[in-house]
Structures are given as structure tokens and as C-alpha cells.
Design a protein. Structure first.
Length: 568
């Protein structure tokens, strides 16, 4: 991603190198100044000690004392002083009389002239050092008295010195060496910065720091704007990132970054999908209250780095699809009934044409009475509008599939009994999927039949006394039944004994359990009397009175053939 409207700043390598150069320059300058001042002071002290040692050695030499006693001290001392000056690496050795008149000097023209400097302390018998500008320039010099053989009288003075210029040169040589080392460190830092920057730019796809910052801002804004769930896992399946949509869809709270997917408390099938190393495409999974479409894509760059997971909420869509399937079934049933009605109408017309009007009236009246009786029987047992309409529609559907749908004699549910918290959509989801599953199971059996019971019953508490009422929906079929080993698995998404169709199998019973759990009810499966399976749902009706109804209702249809399928 590029941001062409933003002026491109200096590269990260240039900024790092500039920072290093400034840092090294400041360090070197500070250290050089400290070194110059410190080393100069130390060099001057060292020069003073060296000059003092040379001067004392000359003053203590017997040959010097003997030469001073001659008529021409210069003739005896000049060669000696030059040799000492050369051997001790000082800039001058000057021997003079107590009045300061030179007997020796590196410059012969200065011999016989007065010494430039202080000699007072030396005449009192003390050796001392000073920095003074003489004939050779500024120098650090030492002046020491020369005593006679008995050490009773000062017979001369000797001064040895080192020029300040030489001392400065020594300090400058050290500073130059320090600058050389700093230049080498700067060059090495430049090479290292270039190598690190090249590697960094490879990892950041050649984006500079400003571009990375803007990308992060866009990245954060996009994550919060997207309503779908986005989950990023690292190579150890720990949460690296989860946007707001993902938190809402998965129902997780708190700080989850760094936690393993297995520790998020998600349903086992969903956790297994997230922990899978294989790519998942449009898989449907259920949480406690949602139907999610999950897609996973491994992130690899030479090695497995993690997984990107997207989540879409299709709860409403799935519910609408269920309603659409019911409407489609109703349409097919109506089409079939229209076909049957046309056949009956042709029969009535033919009887009239044959002059048998009374038989035509009897035939038409019998068909109307049968249809009205079926409606009256269902409504008298289950007066709740949504369930009554659903049962009438499912009766027509099952009739088309050759299955007899019967409302049991002990059914009884009055209109207005169910609370507002129990939505019509959840009732359709629960009872509709149970009937569809039972019809699938009953098809092909010897007596293809599905029995539905809808009533309210007292709900006992822990002491056995009544604590309220519950809506009981029981659906039994004459199929092959449910293997006890699959009694729990049958409610999991994806479980089915039928071949998978284009839209997948094994979602119906999982949706039933989700809706039941949402209303804090129970869902069980057992073996029905005479074979087959019976599914029972109990939904607590908070704050309602217990009620029941009686009456046998038989909504019959002709038998046919089909196949078994749990959890369709």
C-alpha cells in the first residue's frame, strides 16, 4: 500500500545513519575535548617531572661540579649538556652561575647571556618547575641548585625544559588516533545500518516508517469498521488479533490476545475447525445463540506462521431459509392438492354430465367434510395459531411424501398460553425441524407414521412439588430409531445418516438444540414404543399456569416410501 499524497521522508537507513553519525560525532567531540584537556594537564605534569629528574641528575654529577670550578666552565659543560639533552629527550639543558649567566645553551649565541626565567627559589636551595616563555618559546622547565663538594654553598644552577609545543603535539597525536577510531566505528555502523535496513525493508515490503504508521492506522480503522468477525491466530493457535465483530459473534470478553483457541470456551466443533491446519471454506458452525459461516486460511511464508479466520453471522439468514423451505413445502403441497382438486372437479363434472347429480353432490360434500374435519381436529387439539398452521402445513407435506402425520390424543394447547419470550420463529424452528427429521425417518417404514404431541405439563422442582409449567413438544416416528451410541452426537452439527446433499446435512437438530438451550429447555431422544425414535422438547413457561387438553386428533395421509435421516 502506498500513500502518494504524503511526501516521502528520508529512508529509515538514512535516518539511522544520520542518528549514528551525530551520536558518534558528539561522543568523539566530547571525549576529544576531555582527552585534550586531561592529557595536556597530565603531559605538562609528566614533562615537569621529567625536566626535574634531568636537572637534578645534572646538578648531582661530580663532573659538573668539577667543571664549574675551572676557569672556563663552558668549554667543559657545553658538550656534556648537549649529550644529556639528546639522551633524555628534553629540549634544553642550561647550566648557569648563581647570577643567572648561562654557561651552556642549545643556541651558542645565548651563552653568556642572562637566563630568562625565575631563579629565586633555586638560590634558596629549592627545586621548582614553571611554564615560561624563553628564547626557545613557551616551555615547562625545572630549575635546581648545584652545590659544591661539601654541599655547603650553591655554586651554580641548572635548568632543563620541554617546549609546550612538543607537549601539544603529543596530545594532538592521541586526539588524531581517537578520531581515526571514531571514523572506523562510523564506517562500521554505516555498513551495519545498511545491512539491517535492507533486511528490515524486505520484511516491511519496502515501506518506510511513515507508510507503516499510516498502514497501521488504516488497519485499525478497517478492523473496527468491518462488521464480520476477524480472528488471527499465530503458529501455536494463540489469538494474535480479534476485532469487535469477532468478539461479538464468538461471545468472548476481556483480553484474549495470547490465549489459546482451546481456552476460549467455544463449542467443540468450532474449536476443532479453528485448530485445524487445513483450509476451511464456508463451514457452518453453531454457538450458543448464533449460526456462523467460518472460513480459515493458513498464513505461510516458507513456514506456517498462523491462520486467518473470518466469521459471518447467518443466524437470521438460516432462520429465513428454514421458513423458505417450509413455504416451498407448502407450495408443493398446494400444487399437489390443486392437482387432486382438479381430478375431483372433473369427477364431479363427469357425474353431472352422466345425469348423476346426487352422486356428484355426495362426492363433493365428502371431500369438503374430510378437509374441514382435518382442520377442525388439528385446531381443537392445538389452538395456538403458529403451531396449528405449522401442523396443517406439515400434514400436507408429509401426505405428499407418503407419511401419515398424527396429532396425539393427549395434545392440548390453547391460544394465548405461550409467553411473549417464546417467539414464533423459535417454535417453527423447533417443531418444524423435528417433524422434518421424523418424516425423513418414517419414509420407507412398514407403517410410515409420525405422531406429534403438543401440550403443557407441570414442572416439578427438587422436592417434587410443582414449580410452574412447561411446554412439551414430542415427535415420534416409525423409522429405524437412533443408536444409543449416537444419542448425543445426533444433536451436533454435521451428524446425519443420510448422504450429504448440495447444501450439507446435519444442521436441523443442531438448530433445534440451539433454540432449546436459548430458552433454558431440555432436548432428549429415546426409543419409541413399537420402534422408531421419539424426540422430546421441554421449554419452561415462566409465570404461567399449568394446563392441558384432551381429545384425539388423527391427521392421516396415505403411506409411501422414503429414507431415514437424523439432524437434517
Amino acid at each position: 500500500m502506498r500513500f502518494p499524497h504524503i511526501p516521502r521522508p528520508r529512508s529509515l537507513a538514512g535516518q539511522l545513519f544520520g542518528m549514528q553519525a551525530v551520536l558518534i560525532a558528539v561522543v568523539v567531540a566530547g571525549y576529544a575535548l576531555f582527552t585534550y584537556v586531561s592529557d595536556r594537564s597530565q603531559a605538562e605534569d609528566a614533562a615537569g617531572r621529567q625536566a626535574t629528574a634531568v636537572a637534578r641528575s645534572v646538578a648531582d654529577s661530580p663532573s659538573v661540579v668539577a667543571a664549574i670550578g675551572t676557569s672556563d666552565p663552558t668549554a667543559h659543560l657545553e658538550t656534556y649538556s648537549l649529550r644529556v639533552q639528546r639522551d633524555t629527550q628534553v629540549d634544553f639543558v642550561t647550566i648557569m652561575n648563581p647570577q643567572g649567566i648561562r654557561w651552556t645553551h642549545p643556541d651558542k649565541n645565548q651563552i653568556g647571556k642572562k637566563f630568562l626565567g625565575h631563579i629565586g627559589p633555586a638560590l634558596k636551595g629549592d627545586s621548582f618547575t614553571e611554564t615560561y616563555t624563553g628564547t626557545l618559546g613557551a616551555s615547562v622547565r625545572a630549575v635546581t641548585p648545584i652545590y659544591n663538594t661539601g654541599h655547603t654553598r650553591i655554586i651554580g644552577l641548572v635548568s632543563a625544559g620541554i617546549r609546550v609545543e612538543a607537549i601539544t603535539q603529543r596530545v594532538q597525536d592521541q586526539v588524531t588516533a581517537l578520531i581515526g577510531v571514531a571514523a572506523g566505528a562510523l564506517a562500521l555502523g554505516a555498513v551495519g545500518t545498511y545491512v539491517i535496513n535492507a533486511r528490515l525493508r524486505r520484511h516491511t515490503h519496502n515501506m518506510n516508517a511513515t507508510e507503516l504508521s499510516h498502514m497501521h492506522d488504516y488497519h485499525q480503522a478497517a478492523l473496527h469498521a468491518v462488521r464480520e468477525g476477524l480472528l488471527m491466530l499465530d503458529g501455536q493457535y494463540r489469538v494474535a488479533l480479534m476485532n469487535d465483530g469477532g468478539r461479538e459473534l464468538l461471545g468472548v470478553t476481556g483480553d484474549v490476545v495470547g490465549r489459546s483457541v482451546a481456552d476460549l470456551g467455544l463449542p467443540a466443533p468450532l474449536t476443532g475447525a479453528l485448530l485445524s491446519s487445513e483450509e476451511r471454506v464456508d463451514e457452518v458452525h453453531l454457538t450458543a445463540s448464533r449460526v456462523l459461516v467460518v472460513n480459515t486460511s493458513p498464513v505461510s511464508g516458507g513456514e506456517r506462521r498462523g491462520t486467518v479466520v473470518t466469521l459471518r453471522d447467518v443466524t437470521e439468514l438460516q432462520s429465513l431459509m428454514g421458513e423458505l423451505d417450509s413455504e416451498r413445502g407448502f407450495t408443493q403441497a398446494l400444487r399437489s392438492q390443486a392437482h387432486e382438486a382438479a381430478n375431483r372437479l372433473h369427477t364431479v363434472v363427469s357425474l353431472i354430465e352422466l345425469g348423476r347429480a346426487e352422486e356428484a353432490v355426495d362426492f363433493a360434500t365428502a371431500e369438503l367434510e374430510l378437509a374441514q374435519t382435518l382442520t377442525d381436529q388439528v385446531v381443537s387439539a392445538v389452538n395456538e395459531p403458529v403451531l396449528a398452521a405449522l401442523l396443517l402445513g406439515k400434514t400436507a407435506q408429509s401426505n405428499e411424501r407418503g407419511v401419515e402425520l398424527v396429532v396425539s390424543e393427549d395434545s392440548g394447547l390453547d391460544d394465548g398460553l405461550l409467553p411473549d419470550s417464546l417467539s414464533a420463529r423459535d417454535l417453527v424452528t423447533i417443531l418444524g425441524n423435528l417433524i422434518d427429521n421424523a418424516v425423513d425417518a418414517a419414509q420407507g417404514s412398514l407403517r410410515a407414521r409420525v405422531t406429534v404431541t403438543a401440550r403443557t405439563e407441570a414442572e416439578p422442582d427438587a422436592t417434587g412439588s410443582s414449580s410452574g409449567s412447561a411446554l412439551v413438544l414430542r415427535v415420534a416416528d416409525t423409522g429405524t430409531g437412533v443408536d444409543p451410541a449416537h444419542a448425543e452426537a445426533v444433536f451436533q452439527r454435521g451428524f446425519s445418516t443420510k448422504p450429504a446433499g448440495p447444501g450439507g446435512r446435519g444442521l436441523g437438530l443442531a438448530l433445534v438444540r440451539q433454540a432449546v438451550n436459548r430458552h433454558e429447555g431440555t432436548l432428549t431422544v429415546a426409543e419409541a414404543e413399537g420402534g422408531g425414535a421419539v424426540f422430546e422438547v421441554r421449554l419452561p413457561l415462566w409465570g404461567t399456569e399449568t394446563g392441558s387438553g384432551e381429545g384425539a386428533v388423527g391427521a392421516s395421509s396415505s403411506p409411501g416410501a422414503g429414507s431415514r435421516g437424523e439432524g437434517s
